[in-house]
Design a protein around this ligand. Structure first.
Ligand SMILES: NC(=O)c1ccc[n+]([C@@H]2O[C@H](COP(=O)([O-])OP(=O)(O)OC[C@H]3O[C@@H](n4cnc5c(N)ncnc54)[C@H](OP(=O)(O)O)[C@@H]3O)[C@@H](O)[C@H]2O)c1
Length: 238
């Protein structure tokens, strides 16, 4: 199960799983027609606004998740969908944008993790991966909501690991700086909202952004490795 499989890192992770013959349930608002055409038997898509807590609740109350993992020995949840908005200092953050970001970046991954474990009592190997960020570990001006949301994912993973639910492994992973729409959004941001913009413009100019496909290969290898879950908070950059 991959959230945000329509583009960026989530699309690349879904493509990597599908290429390995692993069935994917993709959740996003817009879907991924290209991947669906390539893998009609392996990819199932749900169109859902994961920033809308009520819509998620309705979906979780249905039976799709309960039937999503028939006869699986290993099940994977990748909480990838996320947003940088609202960027800017406190006085420029609209309350509805803060609420949507906290739902999408925090409440949804936490609720999906719980629902995923409830839906898979018969599976002995259950793995949850939060896509976190260096921003969860270092403070950046203008990114207070984003930084706080990623730090929440890190601490959720630590706490879930401490629960030691049989068969459940979890890790919150910072993937590095990746050439996706989110990076374009950073470069297009207002300097007043994000004073560190130049650093990201320079990385782009210097070709330092990572390719989504290459990161996805490393993410999936990490997720499927025998040591997955040993560290509840990890960084792909080593
Ligand atoms: N890019 C980086 O440098 C970088 C660095 C560190 C961490 N990350 C993290 O990596 C993850 C993926 O980022 P990305 O760079 O691939 O971002 P992206 O290119 O902006 O893609 C975001 C994905 O999330 C989905 N999404 C956004 N809002 C949604 C909503 N309300 N409901 C359902 N799905 C939603 C989008 O699908 P729809 O629009 O179709 O809904 C899209 O598939 C994020 O958690 C991000 O924080 C990225």
């Amino acid at each position: 199960m991959v959230t945000g499989h329509s583009r960026g890192l989530g699309e690349a992770i879904a493509a990597e799983l599908l290429a390995r013959g692993i069935a994917v349930l993709g959740l996003s608002r817009s879907g991924n027609p290209a991947l669906a055409a390539q893998h009609p038997d392996l990819l199932r898509e749900v169109s859902l606004d994961l920033g809308d807590a009520a819509a998620l609740e309705v979906w979780l109350a249905g039976d799709e998740l309960a039937h999503a993992f028939p006869e699986c020995e290993t099940v994977l949840l990748i909480n990838n969908a996320g947003t940088l908005q609202p960027m800017g200092p406190l006085q420029r953050q609209a309350p509805d944008a803060v609420a949507r970001a906290v739902v999408l970046n925090v409440a949804t991954p936490l609720a999906l993790s719980a629902a995923f474990v409830r839906a898979t009592p018969h599976v002995i190997d259950r793995r949850i991966l939060h896509i976190s960020s260096g921003a969860g570990r270092n403070a950046y001006p203008g990114w207070a909501v984003y930084c706080a949301s990623k730090a929440a994912l890190d601490h959720h993973a630590r706490s879930v690991a401490a629960d030691a639910v049989p068969g459940v492994k979890i890790s919150s992973l910072a993937p590095g700086v990746i050439a996706t729409a989110m990076q374009a959004e950073i470069r297009a941001s207002d300097l007043e909202d994000f004073p560190m913009r130049e650093r990201f413009e320079a990385m782009h100019r210097e070709g330092a952004l990572l390719a989504p496909d290459a990161v996805a290969t490393r993410v999936v290898t990490f997720l499927l490795s025998g040591s997955f879950g040993r560290e509840p908070v990890a960084d792909l950059r080593g």
